[in-house]
Design a protein around this ligand. Sequence first.
Ligand SMILES: [Zn+2]
Length: 370
Amino acid sequence: MSRRFRWSLALGAAVLPLGFLAPAATATGAPAPSAAPAQARHTLVEVPAQAALQEAVAPSECSTTLLDGYIDGLFAEMTDEQFAFLVEHQVVLLSVPTYDALFFGTAGDPAYALDSHARQLENTFRDLQRFWDIESDDIQLMAMHSDVLLDAARIARTLEAMVDTGELAPMTDAEIAEEAETVATYMQAQDASFQDNPLWTLNAYAFSAEGETDPLIAALPDKLVFGDGILAAYDAIGLGDVGPRVIMAHEFAHHVQFELGTFDTGPSDPAEATRRTELMADAMASYYATHKKGLALNAKRVSDALLSFYTVGDCSFASPGHHGTPLQRERAADWGADLAAAARPRSTVLPAATVIEMFDAALPNIISGS
Ligand SMILES: [Zn+2]
């Protein structure tokens, strides 16, 4: 599995089968013929909204959170026609903004400039660079916006890069051009609420190409990418003040992990390995966010912001994308806050490697609750 991407949301990696709503597919047992792109088996990126879409179609017993309600509302506001279009073209709508920023975004390009919460995120990013004792000058902070979906050329180049890197099943140039044109044309005719739907950019992720052999991927710089959608979501559920900064701290913690080789150690089971690095990122986010030399935020609010990451997919305990149960994440956040509160003198910031070592020692108790 890929260790390049870490999503802020505790969503499973379930990939929605294309054509699952098509009656023909059910009746014949054969996949419905479609020109729409198909996700390849190999998946670099877990797109949280994919799981949300699956949940919207076939609800499971997974826990409901503030963010779930918000996401349900986004689906409910669509017309039936828009929803059907989303299902048919879900790979483009849900993945292209993410991959466009990954392959083509740069921190200096206005097309990827932070908009919502820009000052807050930039300040927190600089503060994190100061707080953690790792090399972080080379991380590019940028946004992903949904306006890429209005532009056939940008959609096409992104699909091409996704096919070239094995993220999508092979498509011909003609198929790519047709799909890009179809989506761009449709989107241009929609109202703003569909064009800018937070679902298209409901993501924040940390990327590092360290150890990559594919030249297309290896050439990419370290990135920290924020979608407008995740920021809109936190605003909508009343956590716009704390939420974005805590997500930033969580994603930055993944860069600390990349830098210190943390992904290369730990359990061999992919689900356990992901749970460890995700709970660790929560703990490090909480340590920073509550520390006197960090954001000095209230521990309960920080924990609330971290816990609000829970949404659909939470039941996918065996998924490589599983982030830990809500109780485990709460204990990880508490552990980080306790560590910050125990600092003597209060301004003492531990080296990142020390925090990670201490976390690994505490992990069995964080998991079991004993
Ligand atoms: Zn994460």
